[in-house]
Design a protein around this ligand. Sequence first.
Ligand SMILES: [Fe+2]
Ligand SMILES: [Fe+2]
Length: 155
Amino acid sequence: MSGPALRNVDSHSLIHEAALEEARELTGVLEHCLQSGELPKALEVAYVALEHWESRTLQHAASEEEGLYLDVLAQRPDLQSVITSLIRDHQLMRILAGEIKELLMRQNAAQTDNIKQVLHRFNALILIDHLHNEEEERMIGHEVGGHVHADEEAI
Ligand SMILES: [Fe+2]
Ligand SMILES: [Fe+2]
């Protein structure tokens, strides 16, 4: 999803909430598998959760950096520091996803300690993404009035 949907605070917020809710559910399943000692299943769920972050939130982040953020800056150059912070959040999420991938590819990937490390990072992703989304939605809603190009709303 890109273009006008990202420029409207309501549709953008729905995209955030849907992806984050799914991530929370997958992380909950991972935690349950870990607690009940189902380690091979935990590993499988972790792969699904990583794929979820990569294909939804990190893809969404790339779209924003290629489109929405550039449009915001063109209209409001004074928001450079806000955009820089938001891009840093994206980078932190990419770093965590990369660390998860590395942990999942280890020889001992399905061991309890390794899965715990993976779980910590999924929880960190959820917290960072939640805070990031709030800041981003504030920027779209208040700073640029819910849309950057009013004429694009009809597209
Ligand atoms: Fe973002
Ligand atoms: Fe976003």
